[in-house]
Design a protein around this ligand. Structure first.
Ligand SMILES: *[C@@H]1O[C@H](CO)[C@@H](O)[C@H](O)[C@H]1NC(C)=O
Ligand SMILES: *[C@@H]1O[C@H](CO)[C@@H](O)[C@H](O)[C@H]1NC(C)=O
Ligand SMILES: *[C@@H]1O[C@H](CO)[C@@H](O)[C@H](O)[C@H]1NC(C)=O
Ligand SMILES: *[C@@H]1O[C@H](CO)[C@@H](O)[C@H](O)[C@H]1NC(C)=O
Ligand SMILES: *[C@@H]1O[C@H](CO)[C@@H](O)[C@H](O)[C@H]1NC(C)=O
Ligand SMILES: *[C@@H]1O[C@H](CO)[C@@H](O)[C@H](O)[C@H]1NC(C)=O
Ligand SMILES: *[C@@H]1O[C@H](CO)[C@@H](O)[C@H](O)[C@H]1NC(C)=O
Length: 502
């Protein structure tokens, strides 16, 4: 019995200290030398700092995908809506600590590594405050702001949160295609872009027909939400334009803007639930087909919000041209095929043309540029657009004035490579087999080429044909899917492996 007491004391002591920490939920601000993990505030829903009004809170919240992982967030308390996230890409465990250290730096650990930091050591920070606006700020003892969450937005803008040059609103990656979209102020315009390796813009305030013009001028330098309107200002703080997104001008409504993974900016009234129930019907951009990937890439988005495969790709696997990065697949015969049912593309109204020329030169420059996956030519202006990544295409009711071409694997040339005696029916499975065999036969590395006997066996269907290393490369944004045969030695029908009976 006696021996147990010291141990029990320790348990009680540890337990109490955790409970004491848990009991402290700070209102307004916290001081340096503060730290703790999700576990410490488990009974307070993870929240350790409330704004004075108690409308906003700063703390830990479990992620939707994995409830054992947490993120450091600012939430709107009544609806539990996340309006800012510190560690978006790297969620931590519920024992990882947030630290506001004696040097005025605030950071979050994941194990021993720092996954997020305000980088404010030695800058005179004496306090962290969560303001009633939802802005998390680090202040000096004379109330100067050294760092603020409003300057490092995630996908949400709160009322009066000033969007300025250098700031970016970035959507969560789309769960299907992994694409992110971003909003920024650039060259005096506010631009929304698809986050491809070469970004492709799809909306800008200057080209928005729904904006209200207050003043002549065309260089935006900041913008923020005020009641039911998004206001755009020039360098002298003069109001240039307004975008009214809701009829209801209730001064008490808290409208926020969220850039979604579907590419739309949606406006929500925080008071009415924060979710879709409080959303305005006005969205940016206006149309479903004006976003980067309302349909799978290469599919055509049509006016009635439907998706279909272009005719030229109709016979292809998954409606894809069979090539993803022609620069890495230079062995493949490539052709540029006219797509009559594609008349537009979401980025065309916003991209600078690659060159101004005639149709033949435009086609030649796409064929001569290994990163060109699609080409659009505007007949009347001679503007030639080369795309190195492809989202959804558009079909427009009115004539867009564009002709479009897609880079595809030249199946005709591939067929030439095959034994001319082989019967080819386009809709026959054997064509795929034959192409695969042909690709094995043209490997630069001789040791990878199968023997004639093996070729016959494969063509006759007596044995399966492994995927050749350059065939149907997986999309670079979906590296996990297929085509990674390089790492899988079983996939090579090498000379010894394939040299069956002759
Ligand atoms: C802090 O600095 C690191 C490295 O310089 C940077 O990656 C990170 O984005 C900075 N954090 C903030 C919140 O600015
Ligand atoms: C504020 O901080 C400065 C240095 O960071 C110090 O010199 C000054 O005494 C402080 N003032 C107060 C009121 O604490
Ligand atoms: C927004 O930012 C701009 C540029 O930094 C600044 O001139 C302006 O005063 C700010 N507006 C508000 C309302 O904070
Ligand atoms: C706005 O809020 C104030 C106080 O919270 C309230 O008295 C007023 O009626 C509200 N106005 C509207 C239009 O709801
Ligand atoms: C293409 O090759 C480049 C370098 O040669 C490489 O960085 C890139 O990842 C390759 N892309 C694909 C899709 O294999
Ligand atoms: C090739 O096309 C891409 C866009 O598809 C463009 O960015 C690049 O500048 C072009 N390269 C040349 C040499 O024209
Ligand atoms: C999505 O993209 C990110 C960054 O570009 C990458 O790290 C991640 O592996 C991708 N995920 C999938 C499922 O492709």
């Amino acid at each position: 019995m006696e021996k147990r007491w010291p141990f029990l004391h320790m348990v009680v002591f540890l337990g109490l200290s955790e409970i004491c920490l848990a009991a402290i939920q700070n209102v307004g601000s916290i001081l340096p030398e503060f730290q703790g993990s999700h576990m410490n505030w488990f009974y307070k829903n993870g929240m350790f700092l409330l704004s004075k009004s108690r409308e906003f809170a700063f703390g830990f919240k479990a992620t939707e995908k994995d409830t054992t992982l947490v993120q450091l967030v600012v939430i709107y308390v009544p609806s539990y809506t996340v309006v800012w996230t510190a560690n978006r890409a790297q969620a931590v465990s519920n024992s990882d600590r947030f630290v506001f250290d004696e040097n005025g730096n605030a950071f979050l650990r994941k194990g021993e590594t720092v996954v997020w930091s305000t980088n404010t050591s030695g800058k005179g920070v004496s306090m962290m405050e969560l303001q009633d606006t939802g802005n998390l700020v680090l202040l000096t003892n004379d109330s100067r702001i050294i760092w603020q969450s409003f300057s490092h937005p995630t996908d949400t803008l709160l009322p009066n949160q000033n969007l300025t040059e250098g700031m970016k609103l970035i959507s969560e990656p789309n769960s299907i295609n992994n694409l992110t979209n971003f909003l920024e102020i650039k060259s005096g315009d506010v631009i929304l872009s698809a986050g491809f390796e070469t970004p492709q813009p799809y909306w800008s305030i200057k080209k928005e027909s729904r904006r209200i013009i207050n003043k002549v001028g065309d260089v935006v330098s900041s913008a923020y939400l005020s009641s039911n309107s998004w206001r755009f200002y020039d360098q002298n703080k003069a109001l240039l334009w307004q975008f009214i997104f809701a009829q209801d001008s209730d001064v008490n409504a808290t409208w926020i803007a969220v850039l979604g993974s579907d590419g739309f900016i949606i406006f929500y009234n925080l008071q009415s639930g924060g979710s879709s129930s409080g959303a305005s019907t006005t969205k940016i951009p206006q149309d479903f087909c004006s976003t980067p990937e309302p349909c799978d890439s290469y599919n055509i988005c049509s006016g009635d919000n439907k998706c279909h495969c272009p005719l030229v790709l109709g016979s292809h696997q998954n409606c894809k041209p069979g090539i993803v990065s022609p620069c890495n697949e230079s062995e493949l015969p490539i052709e540029l095929v006219k797509a009559d049912d594609i008349s537009n593309y979401f980025a065309l109204g916003f991209l600078q043309p690659s060159l101004k020329t005639d149709l033949n030169v435009c086609k030649a420059s796409c064929l001569g540029n290994c990163s060109c996956l699609a080409m659009f030519f505007h007949i009347s202006s001679g503007n030639c657009f080369l795309l190195d990544e492809v989202g959804s295409f558009q079909e427009s009711d009115t004539d867009s004035g564009f002709v479009s071409y897609i880079t595809m694997m030249d199946q005709g040339k591939l067929e030439d490579i095959l034994d001319s005696k082989l019967r080819i029916d386009e809709h026959d499975e054997t064509i795929l087999t034959a192409i695969k065999v042909a690709l094995w036969c043209i490997q630069e590395d001789m040791s990878l080429r199968p023997s004639m006997t093996k070729v016959v066996q494969m063509l006759e269907g007596l044995c399966t044909v492994p995927k050749p290393p350059i065939f149907f490369k997986s999309n670079s944004r979906e590296r996990t899917s297929s085509g990674q045969s390089d790492s899988n030695s079983d996939a090579y029908p090498s000379a010894d492996r394939l040299s069956g009976p002759r």
